[in-house]
Design a protein around this ligand. Structure first.
Ligand SMILES: [Fe+2]
Length: 374
């Protein structure tokens, strides 16, 4: 039987390398811009640099993005954004929270209210946008992948049961991603580590995924191997532009991989850990990776073969090798380390397996003993 035709699709125009930020005027092609960024961008000199680069093209700035964007922030800005910036290109400069916040604003509903978007997201449906602004994404961390994916995360803490929502729409693909490793040079160690581990999670989640294909596999294996090799060296030498470049490259490749597969079980496990226990996303989606790898192992010989490329075929216990790697960069892989009891762990794992991202995981016969999960 002829195997099915596979598809890999990513329309983002990616510009990668030191100085990529300087291409911003060129890729704007004379269009007006509104910059969305994080509060520290002024003091760090990033926002002044953007003002110099853009000159009169810069028509507005939103620089109060919050970590893990929530409903009130978007609701409070949505109508005003469309009133003032309906002609502007959205330039998102920051980490995953910043780029996702920009994505949450850039699609316009027929009513002009964000409530329409929120209702669609809560129903698990794609909102009907009547207009959308182009996005130029400029990541300042190396890990999110949001610059090359068509979705955004919204943390819905206002509903009866706080939950993580995902907005997925064609309009959310960035027109251009400017990935400039220089922008990550001054990141604190904790952010460097959590961001890179988020990228590692994206790469492995793209492999143990029902939507994997040979192209996403190639990108994911290259990303995972590169991150495992480079992150410990970068944490020892955070001023190395060479290592910053390598981790940014691997993060980008991981983003390109999971842009076509979405994430899987480790991310599904991570959401309550972030919402209820305050664990940063990059840690919450990476410390369960050895557990998830052990669940993936043996489910599918083809997937096992791709996973074996990460630590090499000579490694008889890759899940153990991954745990040793994570511990070497200061990550505790036990749920109890994050204040999660064995009973809560069992509940989180059960719920995660049934979540939308959990359904992407290759092993649908999860049988987890919570005492072995810590
Ligand atoms: Fe992630």
């Amino acid at each position: 039987m002829t195997p099915p035709t596979l598809r890999y699709h990513n329309p983002v125009d990616v510009r990668f390398g030191e100085g990529a930020l300087q291409l911003l005027p060129e890729v704007l092609r004379g269009r007006p811009a509104v910059v969305i960024t994080f509060p520290e961008a002024e003091a760090t000199g990033l926002l002044p640099q953007l003002r110099r680069l853009l000159g009169p093209q810069l028509r507005g700035v939103l620089d109060d993005v919050e970590p893990n964007p929530g409903v009130p922030w978007v609701e409070a800005r949505y109508a005003a954004f469309w009133e003032r910036h309906a002609e502007a290109v959205v330039v998102a400069v920051g980490g995953g929270s910043t780029i996702d916040s920009a994505k949450l604003l850039l699609g316009r509903t027929s009513s002009g209210c964000f409530a329409e978007v929120l209702a669609a997201m809560r129903a698990g449906q794609a909102p009907a946008f009547v207009a959308a602004r182009p996005l130029i994404a400029v990541p300042t961390t190396a890990g999110t992948g949001s610059e090359v994916t068509p979705w955004a995360t919204l943390w819905d803490r206002t509903s009866a049961v706080p939950t993580k929502l995902s907005l997925h729409a064609e309009a959310l693909w960035a027109e251009v991603a400017l990935v400039d490793p220089v922008l990550t040079m001054t990141l604190p160690d904790a952010v460097t580590r959590a961001s890179a581990l988020d990228a590692l999670s994206h790469s492995l989640e793209a492999i143990w995924n029902r939507n994997a294909n040979p192209i996403s596999d190639a990108l994911a294996v290259e990303a995972a191997c590169g991150l495992i090799a480079a992150l410990p060296r970068l944490l020892n030498d955070p001023r190395s532009l060479l290592l910053r470049r390598e981790v940014a490259r691997c993060s980008l490749l991981a983003g390109l991989a999971f842009s076509n597969t979405k994430t899987a079980l480790a991310h599904s496990i991570s959401y309550p850990l972030t919402l209820r226990f305050g664990v940063p996303h990059g840690i919450a989606c990476s410390f369960p990776l050895p557990l998830v790898w052990s669940m993936a192992q043996g489910s599918d010989p083809g997937r096992d073969a791709v996973l074996a490329e990460v630590f090499g075929p000579q490694e008889s216990n890759p899940a153990g090798a991954l745990r040793a790697f994570l511990e070497s960069v200061g990550v505790d892989c036990s749920f109890t380390a994050y204040g999660v009891s064995p009973e809560e762990t069992a509940g989180i794992l059960r719920t995660a397996a049934h979540g939308a991202r959990g359904q992407n995981f290759i092993n649908s016969h999860l049988c987890v003993n919570p005492t072995t999960s810590s």
